[in-house]
Design a protein around this ligand. Structure first.
Ligand SMILES: Cc1cc2nc3c(=O)[nH]c(=O)nc-3n(C[C@H](O)[C@H](O)[C@H](O)COP(=O)(O)OP(=O)(O)OC[C@H]3O[C@@H](n4cnc5c(N)ncnc54)[C@H](O)[C@@H]3O)c2cc1C
Ligand SMILES: *[C@@H]1O[C@H](CO)[C@@H](O)[C@H](O)[C@H]1NC(C)=O
Ligand SMILES: *[C@@H]1O[C@H](CO)[C@@H](O)[C@H](O)[C@H]1NC(C)=O
Ligand SMILES: *[C@@H]1O[C@H](CO)[C@@H](O)[C@H](O)[C@H]1NC(C)=O
Ligand SMILES: *[C@@H]1O[C@H](CO)[C@@H](O)[C@H](O)[C@H]1NC(C)=O
Ligand SMILES: *[C@@H]1O[C@H](CO)[C@@H](O)[C@H](O)[C@H]1NC(C)=O
Ligand SMILES: *[C@@H]1O[C@H](CO)[C@@H](O)[C@H](O)[C@H]1NC(C)=O
Length: 530
């Protein structure tokens, strides 16, 4: 009797579930969600000012404003909450969770595969662009920055307060502080100061229960995970407390190009021997692009560009380069001295000093492209024969598909792999970014560029890290695996590439803080299998 009664109860329950699922069409789901939001709205900070549905006239422009890759198909969120107050973030988490809706959290929208604003299950976008205050305390050498601030705004505000402070983060000024920092945050001061995550001292987040926590109340496990592990698997970042770093009043930059005919092979080969061992004040990035040969009818050739940031003056830089990389033939006339804030413009290929630093406050780029990015790490120098083979692949592709090599060493080698969730530390000579950019959409063009990028990546297999073939979370790449059901097995495939041995600890933190896997997306950290 007892057991058949419980079977009855069970089947009644399943019928109820089936009925409610059938009734939960997207209109009513949306209505329930909006109702729930308004139930959680505070009268002093009404949430309706932050809520956009497809019936709001600006829905589409809000949706499109923070898409930084034209390749990503038009997303289809039920609702966008462009939070204007912390309570809006709390309400969004509580209501999405209670109604079984996924959220996508977007700060600057630079995710290379659009994972901050697309999904193929019903979802809402939690947009952070309205929350972008920056409070700098120079005497404390620190700043609280909200997730929706751009990295360009941070640079500008720091420089406004001090000539001798900066912050180590990425090159592109429109990057959102929310996503950029939590993925690591990589830039040209990284050999001296490490990544952005190595310079974060506190954070404010909203957890799955809708509580606002800081470093003390969240504890060191979660604080560890959000520094490099991708916060979108755990919580919503409201703000970071960052540590400013010292920069000299004058820095030096250069960009020197060498084609194969000008001896690029020898310089690049030598660069691999020294780039990660140079003085920590010096960062020399290397870019490769196929270019036309000198004369008409000449074959395509490769141009290598050496772009450098030096935290010091030319007179100290020249002997350093002359000693370690004489093959480059660097001359005084190649070097330009400027303020640190102007060097940010130089790295954007903007003329210095004629460009006003206010361009760093522009939140939307002037032009946009269709993009694909992938990443690799290199631990052994590539032989000259290898270089020739790689360049042949690049010239055969014959399109705007290139590679950037970013030197490691310095501070990066001194920070243990387990210090933060970002694991790619000692042992690397450089990191590769593969990049394809194109200006015209269409399935055929897109497939051609994707295919070319993947072929180049395939051709690089012998020269890069193995078991796992490591990848950089901020260079989001859906090709390395994705999660359709939120299982541990699926998550492990991309998880160990992004996080190596830190993956298991991330899974434990995830299981502790979000056991029901609410903060789930295509490349999120899964919960424990059992
Ligand atoms: C033009 C360009 C240049 C780049 N240059 C660099 C570079 O120099 N160095 C470098 O390291 N990277 C670089 N990147 C990569 C960039 O760091 C990542 O795309 C980063 O995730 C962008 O952050 P975002 O807030 O703009 O992106 P978003 O697309 O908004 O977010 C990216 C990821 O972070 C999550 N997220 C965003 N905000 C929050 C939040 N508040 N709480 C929790 N999770 C959040 C999202 O859900 C998503 O998973 C570049 C990207 C582009 C497009
Ligand atoms: C969806 O639900 C709403 C409200 O419950 C109802 O008015 C509408 O007809 C439903 N639409 C569909 C397609 O079932
Ligand atoms: C909102 O609050 C009302 C009144 O308290 C309650 O009846 C309703 O169920 C709530 N709706 C949601 C979706 O939370
Ligand atoms: C969107 O439309 C609704 C209904 O008209 C309105 O209440 C809300 O304030 C609008 N959202 C914004 C952000 O203006
Ligand atoms: C700045 O930091 C100093 C030193 O920690 C502290 O005493 C001061 O109160 C801070 N100022 C503000 C405005 O927070
Ligand atoms: C570079 O080094 C060589 C010897 O290693 C020296 O002869 C030469 O003067 C140096 N040049 C510069 C510009 O420092
Ligand atoms: C993909 O690229 C490779 C190498 O460039 C080429 O051989 C292959 O035909 C391409 N495939 C498609 C589908 O374009």
């Amino acid at each position: 009797m007892h057991s058949s009664a419980s079977i009855m109860k069970l089947s009644l329950l399943s019928i109820l579930i089936i009925i409610s699922a059938a009734c939960a069409n997207s209109t009513s789901l949306q209505d329930n969600f909006l109702q729930c939001l308004s139930n959680h709205s505070q009268s002093a900070n009404p949430i309706y000012e932050a809520v956009y549905t497809s019936s709001n006239s600006s829905f589409s422009s809000v949706l499109q404003s923070y898409i930084r890759n034209l390749r990503i198909a038009t997303p289809n969120p039920l609702v966008i909450i462009a939070a204007k107050h912390e309570s809006h973030v709390q309400a969004t988490v509580i209501c999405s969770k209670s109604l079984g809706l996924q959220i996508r959290i977007r700060s600057g929208g630079h995710d290379y595969d659009g994972l901050s604003y697309v999904s193929n299950v019903p979802f809402v976008i939690l947009d952070m662009f309205n929350l972008r205050s920056i409070n700098i305390n120079v005497s404390d050498e620190s700043a609280w920055v909200q997730a929706g601030a751009s990295i360009g705004e941070v640079y500008y505000r720091v420089a406004e307060k001090s000539k001798v402070h900066g912050f180590p983060a990425g090159v592109c000024p429109t990057l959102g502080v929310g996503g950029h920092i939590t993925g690591g945050g990589y830039g040209n001061m990284m050999r001296k100061y490490g990544l952005s995550v190595d310079n974060v001292v506190d954070a404010q987040v909203v957890d799955v229960k809708g509580r606002i926590l800081d470093r003390k109340s969240m504890g060191e496990d979660l604080f560890w995970a959000i520094r490099g592990g991708g916060a979108a698997s755990f919580c919503v970042i409201l703000s970071w407390k960052i540590k400013l770093v010292a920069v000299p009043e004058t820095v030096t930059v250069f960009e020197v190009e060498r084609t194969v005919e000008q001896g690029a092979i020898d310089v690049v080969w030598k660069w691999q021997q020294v780039a990660n061992k140079l003085d920590e004040d010096l960062f020399i990035r290397l870019l490769f692009k196929p270019v036309n040969g000198n004369k008409e009818g000449d074959q395509k050739t490769i141009k290598a560009s050496f772009v450098a940031m030096f935290l010091g003056e030319t007179k100290r830089l020249l002997p350093l380069v002359n000693e370690s990389l004489p093959e480059l033939g660097l001359q005084e006339k190649d070097c330009v001295q400027m303020r640190w804030i102007d060097s940010v413009l130089f790295w954007l290929h903007l003329p210095v000093p004629t460009t006003p630093t206010e361009v760093l406050l522009e939140r939307i780029p002037k032009s946009e492209s269709y993009l694909k990015r992938k990443s690799d790490y290199v631990q052994e120098p590539i032989s000259k024969t290898g270089l020739e083979l790689i360049w042949k692949v690049l010239t055969d592709i014959n399109e705007d598909v290139g590679m950037t090599w970013n030197p490691y060493g310095g501070k990066m080698s001194k920070i243990p792999e387990t210090e933060t969730a970002f694991p790619h530390r000692a042992g690397n000579i450089f990191k590769i970014q593969y990049s394809a950019n194109w200006k015209q959409g269409g399935v055929e063009t897109t497939n051609r560029y994707l295919n070319s990028t993947r072929s180049l990546y395939e051709a690089m297999t012998p020269y890069v890290s193995k078991n796992p073939r490591e990848a950089f979370l901020n260079y989001r790449d859906i090709d390395i695996g994705s999660n359709s059901k939120g299982t541990y097995q699926e998550g492990r495939i991309y998880g160990i590439k992004y996080f190596k041995n830190n993956f298991d600890r991330l899974v434990r933190v995830k299981t502790m803080f979000d056991p029901d896997n609410f903060f789930q997306y295509e490349q999120s950290i899964p919960t424990s299998p059992s």
